[in-house]
Design a protein around this ligand. Structure first.
Ligand code: ADP
Ligand code: MG
Ligand code: ZN
Length: 620
């Protein structure tokens, strides 16, 4: 948790409280340990007079109403007299010669006890006053909370305690390089202003979730050693109209006071979407908030050293006004980590965890294509949890590998009861995928097949590319489609009917086909994009005009998609029929063993000629 901005204000209150407690303790100590009332006998005034008459009294010390008496046998006593009554008056009946033998001392109490009595009188008042002050502050805080809608909830992170630097960000070299410049702006603004250069105001970090955008922004503030105001776009948007705008004002006011500093707006797409596009309520609010952000950024003095960083994973939906020069004109793309970066990230998060020396993090990196930085962090954590759960002192390679599967596919559900018949269907289904994937040259090699259910899936076939790839050829997409339909085709060939367990496979195949036709220009319909390229449609903007093609075209698209899927299905079916006997053998073993790894699976194809894998780098 980051401490709130109000922390400094809290200090005096605590100070006052401490003072009161200390005062209370001191007074009680003085009272309790007052030596005068310890182990000394109290006697009545009459007894005292008797003792004087009997010549037992050696000395008397008079202190206000109190008489401290020492007897000849050296025992001590005390007695009280009436106020104003003198010792002489008390001892009127005692013969003068006896009285004269007693050593009488009158102690002035002025100057000694005034502070004590003051303290004693004052402490209760102090306590009461303190209590009221305390209550008032409390009430004020609650009030503040009620009235602080308009206040930004930006948190100022504690610079000293958890300072993030570029060292904590593994990989992302290009992004870091761009941001080093920003660090320099913050550290030496003079260098740039002297040249008449304007310091950039806005930096937009663009990247998929979990790629380390927030981390990078923090690292910039850590490197430049400036305060970091962190607010999420969604926090601007509340139930009440006008709140967002006033929060923006407040945020920037705070920021300017703390310049040089960084304002970080996370998930800016929550407020920064195309204006005038919203459906339903709330878009006015967003518009106002966005306008306010733009106004504030435009209103920066030339030498205001506040840099606004924002993060989004949807740059396509951002309002163009945000991206104009002078606003978020710097764009830093934070990529998904490649294999090298993944290894680095794993190393960063392995710190502080007892990982076995022989652990091959490069192998783990190779087995985690498509994992983001956050996924990798999660992986390391899961591995540690697995090791701890088994009461181990060190994280082994097995834990790491198990963690990959857990992060990628959800936890194993070994206890799930499936009937024998279902098990057989699942096994054929999975081997259907694996077989097609193994035979088709563009599919990634099979890494593992299992009928242990994970997450929602009853079984999993897992293939892994030999290297990270960013482009897909048409052939590859066609092979992928066929592999996706391998399970469905196997059920069809073996059992003559299908189950509804293949629904997501059909969805996957259809999605690939639709993508090929409408987005990638890979069909007869030519190199035309149909529909919006940003397929994840943002409701507000695209509702009502998703389709920018005719009915006639729509039916042509559907036909093309169906052709692709049909073709893929018949390819899959063909392979399954051809290799039926091997399939039966593998399925039998899979039902027994539940899991087959890459080598075990490849073993079945020894001596059988299958097409060689064609990797991306070889072709194209
Ligand atoms: P984003 O803001 O892009 O969604 P975050 O910055 O919140 O992602 O990243 C989430 C977590 O993932 C971080 O706290 C960090 O631990 C880890 N992480 C992500 N990318 C990296 C990286 N490049 N190096 C080290 N850790 C990373
Ligand atoms: Mg984030
Ligand atoms: Zn399937």
């Amino acid at each position: 948790m980051e401490p709130s901005l109000k922390i400094p204000k809290n200090k005096p209150r605590n100070g006052l409280l401490y003072l009161l407690v200390i005062a209370l303790l001191v007074t009680s100590a003085v009272i309790i340990f007052n030596p005068e009332s310890n182990g000394i006998k109290k006697i009545s005034l009459n007894t005292f007079v008797e003792q004087v008459k009997n010549e037992e009294v050696k000395s008397v010390q008079v202190k206000n109403e109190r008489l401290d008496i020492v007897l000849y046998d050296n025992s001590q006593e005390y007695a009280f007299k009436e106020r104003g009554e003198t010792l002489n008056e008390i001892l009127t009946n005692v013969p003068e010669d006896i009285k004269s033998k007693i050593d009488i001392e009158v102690v002035s109490t002025e100057g000694e006890e005034w502070w004590m009595s003051l303290l004693l009188n004052l402490v209760p008042f102090l306590l009461i006053i303190g209590f009221f002050v305390f209550m008032m502050r409390q009430a004020q805080n609650t009030n503040n909370q009620a009235l602080s809608f308009g206040k930004s909830r930006a948190r100022l992170s504690d610079k000293e305690r958890n300072k993030t630097t570029f060292k904590d960000v593994a990989g992302a070299e290009e992004a870091k390089e761009e941001l080093i410049e920003i660090v320099d702006f913050l550290k030496n603004p003079g260098k740039y202003t002297q040249m008449g250069a304007k310091i950039p105001k806005g930096v937009l970090l663009v990247g998929a979730p979990g790629t380390g955008k927030t981390l990078l922004a923090r690292a910039v503030s850590g490197e430049a050693n400036v305060p970091f105001f962190n607010i999420s776009g969604s926090e601007f948007v509340e139930m009440f109209v006008g709140v967002g705008a006033s929060r923006v004002r407040d945020l920037f006011r705070k920021a300017k006071r703390n310049a040089p500093c960084i304002v970080f707006i996370d998930e800016i797409d929550a407020v920064g979407r195309h204006r005038g596009a919203g459906l339903g309520g709330g878009h006015d609010e967003r518009e106002q908030t966005l306008n306010q952000i733009l106004t504030e950024m435009d209103g920066f003095e030339k030498d205001t050293n506040v840099i606004v960083m924002a993060a989004t994973n949807r740059p396509d939906v951002l309002d163009p006004a945000l991206l104009r020069p002078g606003r978020f004109d710097r764009r830093v793309v934070v990529d998904m980590p490649d294999i090298k970066a993944r290894e680095e990230i794993l190393k960063v998060h392995a710190k502080g965890k007892p990982i076995i020396k022989s652990a091959d993090l490069e192998l783990i990196a190779r087995h985690t294509p498509g994992f983001s930085g956050a996924d990798l962090e999660n992986l390391m954590n899961e591995a540690a949890i697995l090791a701890a759960r088994n009461n181990k002192k060190i994280v082994t390679m097995k834990d790491l590998q198990e963690a990959i599967e857990k992060v990628a596919m959800g936890p194993q559900r070994k206890s799930m009861v499936i009937t024998k018949q279902e098990k057989e269907i699942v096994a054929y289904h999975e081997i259907g995928h694996a077989l097609v994937g193994h035979i088709l040259p563009y599919c990634d090699p099979i890494h593992k097949v299992t009928i242990i259910s994970r997450g929602h899936a009853l079984g999993v076939t897992w293939s892994l590319p030999e290297e990270d790839r960013r482009l897909n050829s048409q052939k590859k997409l066609e092979d992928k489609m066929a592999m996706a339909l391998g399970g469905y085709a196997a059920e069809q060939v073996i059992f003559g009917e299908m189950t509804d367990g293949a629904g997501s496979d059909l969805q996957a195949a259809t999605n690939i086909a639709r993508y090929m036709v409408t987005q990638a220009g890979m069909s007869k319909l030519g190199p035309v994009i149909y529909g919006d390229q940003n397929r994840e449609v943002f409701l507000g903007r695209d509702f009502g005009h998703v389709r920018n093609y005719s009915e006639e075209m729509a039916s042509k698209i559907d036909t093309e998609i169906k052709n692709f899927v049909d073709k893929a299905y018949s390819r899959a079916k063909e392979i399954i029929e051809k290799y039926r006997s091997i399939m039966d053998t593998i399925v039998k073993d899979l039902i027994k063993k539940e899991t087959l790894n890459a080598d075990e699976f490849a073993e079945y194809f020894k001596g059988i000629k299958v097409p060689k894998k064609i990797s991306y780098t070889q072709k194209i």
